[in-house]
Write a protein that binds this ligand. Structure first.
Ligand code: UGA
Length: 447
């Protein structure tokens, strides 16, 4: 008999996981405590912009025309507990207010709400990014509070999906990592992931702490790579080198690789920044803080990039104050193909310039609504062209394909001054210079 799967928390991770599980052929019940989210999902609507997710959802949500009917939603923990053989916990773990540590309250409350209803042998699988040691604690909690006792087992199965590629990353992961304590738990997870395993996806079995650490160390490594290349950009800037060429050249070495070596205004979003901070906080609690002091530097190199972009803009405007200057900002999302503006470097730079008196006009293909909510006092335009109209300087801060396809000549006709600062090292300098623009990017020669 095929397994039935419940997914607790239908945000980014949960909505994608639920739809992917239905795509793999399972009956799925998604649960959330926010009624609005559930209503939307039942109509086949996704609360965020994620390429391919809405299509996948519509393909499976029960009651929609032509759907497989395998995916349903509820707000009732008793129903989810009765339904699922395997329960995935996909709620978020944001940074705690005023601290580095992760806020575990959503995970704790999901497990606490589920536990009293677990009356038969079951597997609860944590997917959220948590401080190492959480799985141990939650397993003990389940055993103590579920009527099924020890038979309500826990496993940890971190998620590595990237926003913008969430569907593909979930259906075709580059590895599956499972922290388990029994052969039964491993066997159940092998059944859940039978399709990707058959496709050749490596299946790595570990203990709880290792599974939890795989996730935080992977994100720390990615953050380190980005800050490394941004540090090289600073040195290139001082020495007159070209960081884009440098990244290309070192990237040819397989051991280094070309990916995640794009210098610019650095990393943001709901994961990398808070994950490295939570990791430092947890290492401190464990008495291993020295091992992660380098992450402090990674964090501060990253935050410095935003300030440097502001200074570059100031220089481009003659070095004085931003007062009365018109600044066009292309991009608000923390990365392209996403409408997520959480800790977005682009919005941070736009905000800093605005707070210093600049007249900032922002355009982003998908992130406008979220940006307006976070920063209502910035100016917003309906297109890149409108944002650039009358601008004294143009800042390219999120590397949407749409921005690479802009015609610099057309923009040149409406801009007040033809100066573009590429905060993502993603535009073609030759193209812009040939159209009469002054092109500047961090860590690259001026002409
Ligand atoms: C990240 C990880 O890449 C995922 O593997 C992980 O599952 C996810 O966090 C998570 O923990 O949930 P994501 O936050 O979607 O995924 O974004 P990334 O693609 O990692 O980009 C993060 C930031 O780094 C963006 O602001 C991006 O613009 C920046 N970045 C990326 C650079 O500045 N330079 C680069 O070369 C690459």
């Amino acid at each position: 008999m095929s397994l039935k799967i419940s997914v607790i928390g239908t945000g980014y991770l949960g909505a994608t996981h639920a739809a992917a599980m239905a795509e793999l052929g399972f009956e799925v019940l998604g649960l959330d405590v926010v009624a609005e989210k559930i209503d939307k999902l039942r109509r086949g609507e996704v609360p965020m912009y994620e390429p391919g997710l809405e299509e996948l959802l519509r393909k499976h949500v029960a009651g929609l025309p032509g759907s497989s009917g395998r995916l349903r939603f509820t707000m009732d923990f008793a129903e989810a507990a009765a339904f699922g053989d395997v329960h995935f916990v996909c709620v978020n773990t944001p940074q705690r207010h005023g601290e580095y540590a992760a806020d575990m309250s959503y995970v704790d409350s999901a497990v606490a709400s589920l536990a009293p209803h677990l009356t038969r042998p079951t597997l609860v699988v944590g997917k959220s990014t948590v401080p190492v040691g959480s799985a141990d604690r939650l397993a003990a909690y389940l055993a103590a509070h579920a009527p099924a006792g020890e038979a309500a087992e826990l496993a940890w199965n971190p998620e590595f999906l990237r926003e913008g590629f969430a569907v593909d990353d979930t259906l075709h992961p580059d590895r599956i990592v499972t922290g388990v304590r029994s052969a039964r738990a491993e066997e159940l997870l092998r059944q859940v992931y039978a399709t990707p395993i058959a496709d050749g996806t490596p299946f790595v079995v570990t203990d709880f702490p290792t599974a939890e650490l795989v996730k935080t160390s992977a994100n720390s490594f990615l953050a380190t790579k980005i800050s490394f290349i941004n540090a090289m950009a600073e040195v290139c800037e001082a020495a007159g080198g070209d960081v884009a060429k440098l990244a290309e050249a070192i990237g040819h070495d397989d051991r280094i690789g070309r990916k995640f070596l794009r210098a610019g205004i650095g990393f943001g979003g709901g994961c990398l920044p808070k994950d490295i901070r939570a990791f430092m906080a947890r290492a401190g609690e464990l008495g291993a803080d020295q091992a992660l002091t380098f992450l402090r530097e990674i964090d501060s190199i990253n935050m410095r990039q935003r300030g440097q972009m502001v200074e570059l803009a100031r220089q481009a405007l003659g070095g004085g104050s931003f007062l009365g200057k018109r600044v066009a900002v292309l991009g608000a999302a923390f990365k392209p193909d996403s409408d997520d503006v959480r800790d977005s470097p682009a919005l941070n730079v736009a905000g800093q310039i605005h707070l210093q008196g600049g007249q900032v006009t922002v355009f982003d293909p998908k992130g406008m609504e979220n940006a307006r909510r976070v920063f209502p006092t910035l100016g917003y335009a309906d297109s890149a062209l409108e944002a650039v109209r009358g601008a004294d300087v143009v800042l390219h801060l999120t590397e949407w394909r749409e921005f690479r396809e802009l015609d610099p000549r057309e923009l040149g006709k409406v801009a007040s001054a033809q100066v573009i600062l590429d905060g993502r090292n993603a535009l073609d300098p030759e193209l812009w210079r040939a159209a009469g623009w002054t092109y500047r990017a961090m860590g690259r020669p001026t002409a």
